[in-house]
Design a binder for this molecule. Sequence first.
Ligand SMILES: Cc1cc2nc3c(=O)[nH]c(=O)nc-3n(C[C@H](O)[C@H](O)[C@H](O)COP(=O)(O)OP(=O)(O)OC[C@H]3O[C@@H](n4cnc5c(N)ncnc54)[C@H](O)[C@@H]3O)c2cc1C
Length: 476
Amino acid sequence: MLQKRLLIMTIKLDKSIKFDISYPVVIVGGGAAGLTAALAARDEGIEVLVLERDSEPRGTTSMSQGNIAGAGTKSQKINGIEDSGDIFAKDIINLTKGETDHSLAKFYANESGKTIDWLVEKHRIPLELDLDWGAKLGHSKPRIHCTPSKTGIELMTLLTNACSSSGVDILTNAHVTELYKDENNAVIGLKYKRPDGSSENVGCNSLIIATSGFGANKEMIKKFIPDMSDAIYHGHEGNDGAGINWGIELGAATKDMSSFQGLGALSEPSRILIHYNTILRGGIIINTEGKRFTDESKDISGMGRKVSSQPNGFVWFVFDEEIHKFSKKYEEHKDAIESGAIKKAKNLEDLSKITKISITNLKQTFSDIMKIQAGTFKDPFGRVYDPNLFLKGPPWYTTKCVGALFHTQGGLVINEHAEVIKNDGSKLPNLYAAGGTARSISGPSDWGYIPAAGLFTATTQGRIAGKNAGVKNKYK
Ligand SMILES: Cc1cc2nc3c(=O)[nH]c(=O)nc-3n(C[C@H](O)[C@H](O)[C@H](O)COP(=O)(O)OP(=O)(O)OC[C@H]3O[C@@H](n4cnc5c(N)ncnc54)[C@H](O)[C@@H]3O)c2cc1C
């Protein structure tokens, strides 16, 4: 296999390169996107290699809560929920104020339910509708699915096992550093580095980039989301933007690079993510002055910025005993209790001592809440409380939280085949992107992120990329 090749990154001619091995489909990145792509390519009977830089395939996916949005699934039907890809797409378009690609949102939303059913039926990943999320935060129907433990680690373990059963080759400790292309801009192979500093090459007919976004790349954050340059980043360190930059070097178009998911629910100092159902089930968020500052039940992603901009840069989540007991079903809630992040206050005086918030302000805020719930006072932020989920108490439970950037949502522009598109609208010959590397459906900012979109797009774009790369290689 000796021919004229160009090396991406340093763009030099290398006429002598020889690939040690070759696969029809190579995938860079072993997170949810990479592994679903691998499963779909294997379903087409194609040999596939996943290269993962870490010693185990984990990625951002293993840090996640493992929630995947999907519409029209069998699990929804069993639970009597009538939903469809078109309804899901409408929700996405509403939340993004129309500022996303409507046709792609519709296409991927319509594929989302099929992805979940395929993972369940073909690859034995026990995803079920989680009714606890309800129809909230932009979703007009309950459509968030998860595995039994509701964790990203379990999801990754199940995906890795499914890959092993399907005969997917996964090479860990393989950090891809360079791509090789031919004069037609087709990627013909790549170089990966091993932890001992040695490197190897692998050739490919099709390449799927699933390296996730650029949250860990300070320079890129500064360039594309400047006001988040100093924000806490709570994502995987592998999100260094490499895959997006390879695409750009090949001439790919990018879009929505200022888009990201933020969250204001990171406990401090333990940095455990507090489950947002603590708030959605009636809890409130107050700043260090003891004041509420927003409708906490809306715009979960935008809370990252809002929480960070509060006096002293942090807030307190406050919820009651019933919510606390309910939340113990979540692993992260148990971890937060164990780490001492969640503190119990027998009354408001106690809460004042724990939080160092003036008792006068606390009394005012809680008196307002009780009046709002009783219907004698209008919520100044427009929050609508579910009468079944009124805040009771005391005792109160509280945890100190900060805002953070979790993962970016902009990236390489792809089409309905998950093929990477150039600025002139044409496609690159054999390059696919999925998950955090590809442009999502979240619009240009943080407010357009619909919950569980990260894994919805990772798994659905991954499946589409793997399937199309697989089909293309079948007939070679
Ligand atoms: C705390 C947290 C909670 C979240 N909870 C949810 C949730 O419940 N639901 C939801 O939908 N979204 C959630 N998200 C977002 C979601 O986790 C991501 O959108 C999703 O995991 C992205 O999947 P991915 O496969 O694209 O990336 P990843 O899972 O990050 O996988 C990318 C992989 O590529 C590897 N890699 C990177 N560069 C290279 C290279 N050069 N060579 C080889 N390998 C490389 C990385 O090591 C990594 O394993 C959450 C995010 C965070 C941070």
